[in-house]
Design a protein around this ligand. Structure first.
Ligand SMILES: [Fe+2]
Ligand SMILES: [Fe+2]
Length: 285
């Protein structure tokens, strides 16, 4: 049976009067081709399909998760469709895509995402992963230009739900700009509760200890080998008096949940390639 692997999560924020629902999906690594794809693109697509067919199973097994057999017969695009339809079925307020929706930064992949988002019957909040930053054809192109049709201003966006907000933050290059840090600090200063959406999980609390020992420092944001600004951002997130209620991330391709600071949780969600997704309810006490 084709059953998604759904993780359910409640984020409790004192003072909220309404309930909000979101579906988080991540790391589907679509490699799409269309009539405009050239030979290089087609080669990349073929390489990507081969790589992820095995890698999704390897990554799931390593994390003690299941890569269901039915998923082997599905393309990444088909998984994207199922996940998007599920978000619509549960009446989510938005579909959150925490990066690596596509495997590399090509015209065909962005056109696919543009069409995917346009066809959804709910708002989509999409942030870049390190793979959205991967442009193997023009290594130095600023991927933000290419991403513009699917996410205006990918570095930092605020989605205001009145009683709380989702801050979508691009940390996928394992770095942060001065401007991004200042914007997060300014947002925290407003006092409204924040749910922070990033691609790379933040090296704090349970992730710093347990997840790091499972998967290594490379997969976490703001470790000692990262830039000064990356570590500066981690300090902002760690402040006990800021109003970040929860962090949602992807990148590691498995489900991990633990406090990033006392009483506040960080969550990563399994790859959509194995049907992973997270149904999130945000509500008051
Ligand atoms: Fe990924
Ligand atoms: Fe990633």
């Amino acid at each position: 049976m084709e059953q998604l692997q759904i993780r359910k999560t409640e984020i409790t924020i004192p003072g909220l009067t309404k309930e909000y629902k979101f579906l988080q999906i991540t790391d589907i690594h679509v490699a799409h081709q269309d009539e405009q794809s050239d030979e290089f693109d087609l080669h990349m697509v073929e390489k990507s399909h081969k790589k992820w067919f095995d890698l999704k199973k390897e990554m799931a097994t390593k994390a003690g998760e299941i890569s269901p057999e039915w998923c082997d017969g599905k393309s990444a695009e088909e998984m994207m469709e199922m996940l998007g339809e599920h978000a619509e079925e549960i009446g989510a307020d938005a579909l959150l895509i925490s990066g690596d929706a596509v495997d590399f930064d090509s015209g065909a992949n962005i056109r696919y995402m543009q069409d995917y988002i346009a066809r959804r019957k709910l708002p989509v909040i999409y942030i870049p992963g390190n793979h959205e930053h991967m442009d193997e054809k023009e290594a130095h192109r600023n991927c933000y230009d290419l991403l513009a049709p699917v996410m205006p201003d990918p570095a930092f966006r605020v989605f205001d739900y009145g009683e709380f907000e989702i801050v979508a933050f691009d940390n996928a290059r394992k770095d942060a700009t001065d401007e991004q840090i200042a914007m997060l600090e300014a947002e925290c200063a407003k006092g409204k509760p924040i749910v922070l959406l990033v691609h790379i999980p933040i090296n704090l609390g349970y992730f710093k200890t347990t997840v790091r020992s499972q998967i290594g420092h490379y997969f976490l944001f703001g470790v000692e080998y990262d830039t000064d600004n990356a570590r500066k951002l981690v300090d902002v997130i760690a402040r006990p008096d800021n109003n970040i209620a929860a962090i949602l991330a992807g990148h590691i391709h498995y489900t991990a949940e633990g406090e990033f600071t006392h009483g506040r949780m960080q969550y990563t969600t399994s790859s959509g390639l194995i049907g992973g997704c997270r149904e999130i309810t945000v509500k008051g006490e």
